[in-house]
Design a protein around this ligand. Structure first.
Ligand code: WTA
Length: 649
């Protein structure tokens, strides 16, 4: 059953236990409603009060200012994010508390106390300064899930450098595009990364990318995989050589930074063209991830929090690094594949470290559910008290499995809706308060006015699907698109004058939000955000391809998968071998996550008379639906039948 149908029929409600509510920060819906009302009636007062939870070197003059559509938070204020995530926690008496538990795919886990993590960050911050990185410089980071990744991010934050992390599953072209746009000075990478015991050659990918990235002056390489690394004299340095130098001190004064100075750029896919560099700044982002983490994960001092996301995506930035650390939480960070050496790996990690909170993507839940209940049943999951999901809609079947087989019926599930652009969670249950409906992200967080609009900008009726928008600014929102302020305005504010999310949703009779998925050309494959345009340009970069169009189709495990329509150049012959070659080409240039699952050779694509490809029609064909809509506006309506006949099932 397609999940949309099952959502429409879903009407079960799950309440938090009395015990859970009693101990939680927000205990019931009355409390939520009261605070929510306050937060939207007087947002500046609300956020100003909350901002006092952070350490400031200088207090702000004004909470919020709208500078011609660009929002500024806490202007006049000065602070340092790494100081707030480390020094502040150490000073609060938690220096010996474990900050980070790193679980490698194979081998011993490694633990860092807050004090140890602070020292490592200071050392690397001093290294960065020594090799010439200055405040405002961009540092590109292309690392697997190893402790050096958060250490490098926090070290950048400490000295005011702007980090830009590229997911280590991306290949050289994706890395090159991002560096060319960010104009980074320094690249931090490793000799390899592990997944399913295989070694992925990150340094080799980096070297290929750097052939066309003249702004990069130096490369710092972490030795992770004992893999060959071709170290270029004068340009490349080993991390361990730099950091073990006796002259590198383990203390480093945090730079006092203005609230609106840049903290990081994270590239994400949009509707058209190359990925956009989403810019987040210091104070607002920190405050928003701090508060959302605290209330949505209802964090307690003795919690062990395990988030399976990769730090290369926004979930890892906000809810492995900044949100948890600024709350003084203990984080479990896992390096490898969820099924290595067997499909109980996540549950074994929960058992081993006695994790109390577990946060993952619906794709992982569906994939692990398929492996059978004996895997979780044979692990001790009794430490768990709260579960979360993120990244894509969760179908009620998967939700109920998660609730029953992992949470043993006693753990609330926070289905958290948000985006790279939003910095943190905007729609989510509060676990001690919100009655849960499987498949619904429930209600907006404090200070967030979410709504669903029709094409003409009017409000949709109850249960009517439409454009999900956010009507007001919030501290964690993106500030601009790096190097492209016009695109910030046109992508997010042009259509309705309020923030356009790119998702469709409906609001039910209880005011619960049901996210239906993207309405633009972004595809969520296994929760990863992929732009059709990027995959298309990867295909077209192959010598055999004249034209390509990418659309999503529903997939049992991944939620959505990629269907590619490819028109070959005249002198190339259609063959299964060529299809395989093209799929591998995408995997090699962009990364395995973008590899099309299905590919169909086409003689022609459905285009309007002005030459625009009609994706709506291709999507229907890929789904096996005959619901094409109007095809008479096509230059050649005959194309549609020919394509439908040859659909790859
Ligand atoms: C989707 C990930 C349904 C949505 C944090 C959004 C979700 C996109 C949910 C952003 C959820 C995220 N339910 N859909 N709980 N969370 N999405 O930028 O389509 O990688 O627009 O950020 O993920 O993806 P991004």
């Amino acid at each position: 059953m397609p999940y949309i149908d099952s959502i429409l029929k879903e009407n079960r409600i799950f309440y938090p236990s009395h015990e859970f509510s009693r101990k939680s920060r927000i205990k019931n819906m009355q409390e939520y409603s009261r605070l929510y009302k306050k937060s939207i009636e007087a947002p500046e007062k609300f956020w100003g009060e909350k901002a006092n939870e952070l350490d400031w070197f200088r207090k702000w003059d004004i909470v919020l200012r709208n500078d011609m559509g660009f929002f500024k938070w806490f202007e006049g204020g000065q602070l340092n994010v790494s100081h707030n995530c480390l020094d502040r926690i150490v000073k609060s008496g938690k220096k010996s508390k474990i900050a980070l538990i790193w679980e490698p795919e194979t081998g011993e886990s490694k633990k860092y106390t807050y004090e140890e993590l602070l020292k490592e960050v200071c050392k690397f911050a001093n290294v960065l300064k020594k090799i010439g990185v200055k405040k405002g410089n961009v540092v590109q980071i292309y690392l697997p899930m190893i402790p050096e990744l958060p250490i490098a991010m926090l070290a950048c934050a400490r000295i005011g450098a702007i980090h830009s992390v590229v997911f280590a599953g991306f290949s050289s072209d994706a890395l090159k595009d991002r560096i060319q746009d960010s104009k980074a000075d320094l690249l931090i990478t490793s000799d390899g990364s592990f997944r399913n015991e295989k070694v992925y050659p990150l340094k080799e990918n980096a070297d290929a990318a750097l052939k066309n990235c003249p702004t990069i002056k130096n490369v710092v390489v972490v030795k992770r995989a004992e893999n060959n690394a071709d170290m270029q004299n004068g340009r490349d340095f080993w991390w361990h050589d730099l950091i073990n130098d006796k002259n590198v001190m383990d203390s480093c004064e945090p730079e006092s930074l203005h609230a609106e100075e840049s903290l990081f750029i994270l590239y994400t896919s949009g509707t058209t063209g190359k990925p956009k560099g989403i810019l987040h700044t210091q104070a607002g982002y920190l405050l928003f991830t701090h508060l959302t983490f605290k209330l949505i994960f209802d964090i307690k001092d003795n919690d062990i929090y395990f988030c399976t996301a990769d730090i290369g995506w926004i979930t890892g930035h906000s809810y492995i690094v900044y949100g948890p650390l600024s709350n003084g939480a203990t984080i479990v960070m896992y390096e490898g594949s969820p099924t290595f050496p067997s499909p109980d790996r996540f549950w074994r990690v929960v058992e081993k470290h006695k994790a109390t909170i577990f946060y993952t993507a619906p794709t992982a839940i569906r994939a692990l559910a398929k492996e059978g209940n004996e895997w979780p049943d044979n692990c001790d999951l009794s430490s768990l008290r709260l579960l979360g999901t993120v990244g894509e809609p969760i179908n009620p079947e998967a939700w109920v499995w998660y609730h029953k087989c992992i949470g043993k019926g006693k753990c609330p599930i926070v289905d958290t809706w948000w985006q790279t652009e939003t910095g943190g969670i905007l729609i989510s249950p509060l676990p001690g308060a919100t009655p849960l409906k499987p498949g619904s992200a429930t209600k907006p967080f404090f200070g967030i006015i979410a709504d669903v609009l029709r094409e003409d900008g009017s409000r949709a009726n109850v249960n009517e699907g439409g454009y999900l928008v956010i009507r007001n600014p919030w501290p964690g929102m993106l500030r601009t698109v790096w190097n492209d302020p016009k695109r910030y305005k046109s992508s997010y504010f042009e259509k309705f004058g309020v923030y356009l999310t790119g998702d469709s949703a409906r609001i039910d009779e209880d005011g619960y939000f049901w996210i239906m998925g993207r309405i633009d050309d972004v595809i969520k494959v296994a929760g990863h955000r992929i732009g059709s345009a990027e995959v298309e340009s990867s295909l077209v970069s192959h010598e055999a391809v004249a034209e390509a169009a990418i659309v999503p189709y529903p997939h049992d495990i991944k939620g959505q998968a990629i269907y590619a329509f490819v028109v070959l150049k005249k002198n190339f012959r259609k063959s299964e071998e060529l299809k395989e070659e093209l799929k591998i080409h995408v995997s090699k240039t962009m990364g395995p996550i973008a590899k099309p699952d299905k590919m169909q050779f086409a003689d022609d694509l459905p285009k309007t008379r002005s030459g625009k490809i009609m994706r709506r029609i291709l999507k229907a064909i890929a789904e096996g639906s005959k619901d094409y809509g109007n095809i008479m506006t096509l230059a050649d309506p005959g194309v549609v039948d020919a394509l439908a006949k040859n659909r790859v099932k």
